[in-house]
Design a protein around this ligand. Sequence first.
Ligand SMILES: Nc1ncnc2c1ncn2[C@@H]1O[C@H](COP(=O)(O)OP(=O)(O)O)[C@@H](O)[C@H]1O
Ligand SMILES: [Mg+2]
Length: 369
Amino acid sequence: MDILAVFNAKGGVGKTTTAVNLAVCFAAMGRKVMLFDLDAQGNATTSLGQAVLPSIGTFDVVTGAATLKEARLPTFIDDLSLVGATTSLAVVDIEKTKKKRDHHVMRKIAMAHKDTIDIVVLDCPPAFGELTVNALVSAHAVVIPSPPTPYAHDGLIRTWTVLSRIRTTLNHSLRVIGVLPTFLHGEEVNEPAGDVVSACDSSILSAMNAEYGDLVHPDGIPLNSELFIAAAAKGIPACVLEPNTAASLAYVEVAARILPREKKGKTKHAGFRWFKEDEPADSETMKTAVKKLNEFRKKADGQGLLSTNINIPDVDKDALDMVSQLNAIDEDIDSKIRPFTLGLAFLGVTLLAGVVGFLIAWASYNGLL
Ligand SMILES: Nc1ncnc2c1ncn2[C@@H]1O[C@H](COP(=O)(O)OP(=O)(O)O)[C@@H](O)[C@H]1O
Ligand SMILES: [Mg+2]
């Protein structure tokens, strides 16, 4: 069994998208996959058809309050199960620090189920708390998604420091298999800032290549806002929603490139491969996976998942009431303040006219005018 963490110390860089789509691609490549959502925001959970966060999830498993069997949820993809985020996930750090630290909890739990799991994918939160440490110590390998933007580049340097620390202290064998450039602009950038964006992409990408060399994935994941927004709305991974588009195919390629070879004999874990290992992604594996993803799509369609936007909320009546109450208060204040301000202005002008009048009278009385 192999454990892959998807981590970057910065938020909004494509961690959850990468974790969910790689998990689906591994399943499409015939592996039994389990995805752990470690982020209290629960975006990985809601990306797999769960509009509402479950009552038992990662928090309960990590703190020992529930077994993996109790927390493991099936998804519409047979070979992909999910341990979801719960609203209590945010307090896991407080809870865990009260107890004796065991940084390998997630690996131990997963290992106990190695007969039913080939690959575990951990979607990490951006914060470097107890839970992230546990994920990075439990993982065999880590992928770092990073867009080629100036702030994200700073985040990448911070991420690297965190990973170096983990490697030199708690997990010497953690393999940083690569930096995955995300949100890459193609030729189609034609907004006013298009030139700047493209120049930014290429100059930061060259910096990434110079700094991390062979660890940077050669092609990365292209930007496709329409696809990822639609996928998030439907609670379906992009690779299932549109298996044949460039962004989905890019994830298929990444998954095929790093896919651990089949286990031989009793080896504990086969090992993920590096991004730039000599062997390129196997084209046959990719072809079969795309075919399988199209089957997943058909199945999702059959279950009505493609026609419902489960993650677009209904209008919340309470929120509406609150907003209109606030607006009413604003209007009330406005309606009182406006005449007061006008009155004050009028008084000011009158006073000024009085002073000017007095000065003119005084000047003419003294023969100055
Ligand atoms: N290649 C891409 N093109 C366009 N939008 C993307 C792409 N990858 C991710 N997104 C969107 O960007 C946002 C942030 O991605 P996410 O995976 O949630 O980041 P993180 O987990 O690092 O916070 C999400 O709304 C996601 O749908
Ligand atoms: Mg996330």
